[in-house]
Design a protein around this ligand. Structure first.
Ligand code: CTP
Length: 231
């Protein structure tokens, strides 16, 4: 089954974890890569849904596919699980916050003390959770998982470790330390690693063109996966 027969779930943007009603922890993701992937998926797939954290409203204004707004990583996980289907392709371009405050204060914390220690607890990993649903439930055996790795150093080593440890079908790595790739800019330089060991280095391109090349890789990966499931 190629993308035209598939439901594509794209996630994008950051998640935010509240400390109190006023303050939060988040990261520098703007959702531009996720939005480019959702736009491209909408051209190719049977159905597209874009699940996004807090992003600028102009990013999703007028888009012709379904969008779901979430705030925290736990909400993102629930939304992804709610959309998951046996024919789903999950493209996890979001940058979920890895930790959340152990306690969320219901009232604004006052600045009385000289030091404030914030205890953080680990958030669930969405890709790992979906990979484990896929591994225990044969109906979901055809789900395709594409991850991203935002790195500043040892790009290939970290990307390949994430591909293996999260049981992904492919991973796209980008160097977020560069000024022409990563957060907030309109261009990207991505290398794609496939489960079977193939590697594709994409040149510096617009995020939309990068999205198109990434979805070409998804289509190739889907063809292989379908062949493997049938043999
Ligand atoms: N991801 C996820 N659930 C999380 C965190 C990340 O599914 N709680 C996904 C991201 O959307 C991305 C991939 O995992 O597709 C890798 O994310 P990244 O932030 O690069 O790596 P982490 O797994 O968070 O590890 P680290 O921060 O240690 O690099």
């Amino acid at each position: 089954m190629l993308l035209r027969d598939r439901k594509v779930i794209v996630t994008g943007g950051p998640t935010v974890e509240s400390i109190d009603p006023v303050r939060f922890i988040s990261n520098r993701s703007t959702g531009k890569m996720g939005k480019a992937l959702a736009d491209e998926a909408a051209v190719r797939a049977r159905e597209t849904v874009f699940i996004h954290g807090p992003v600028h409203e102009s990013l999703i204004d007028g888009v012709e596919y379904r969008t779901i707004a979430i705030e925290s990583t736990e909400e993102l996980l629930e939304a992804v699980k709610g959309e998951l289907a046996p024919d789903a392709v999950l493209v996890m371009a979001a940058a979920p916050a890895d930790y959340r405050p152990a306690k969320k204060s219901p009232v604004k914390i006052k600045k009385k003390k000289e030091e404030l220690v914030l205890r953080l607890v680990k958030n669930p990993d969405i890709l790992r959770t979906v990979a484990s649903i896929r591994s225990v439930n044969p109906a979901y055996g055809g789900v395709f998982l594409a991850g991203f790795a935002a790195e500043t150093n040892n790009l290939e080593e970290y990307a390949l470790a994430k591909l293996r440890e999260k049981d992904l079908d492919m991973i796209c790595v980008n160097d977020v330390g560069r000024s022409d790739a990563g957060f907030g800019v309109n261009t990207n330089i991505v290398t794609v690693f496939m489960r079977g060991g193939e590697r594709m280095e994409l040149p510096l391109m617009s995020k939309r063109d990068t999205a198109s090349r990434i979805l070409d890789c998804v289509e190739e990966g889907l063809t292989k996966k379908t062949t493997q499931l049938l043999t």
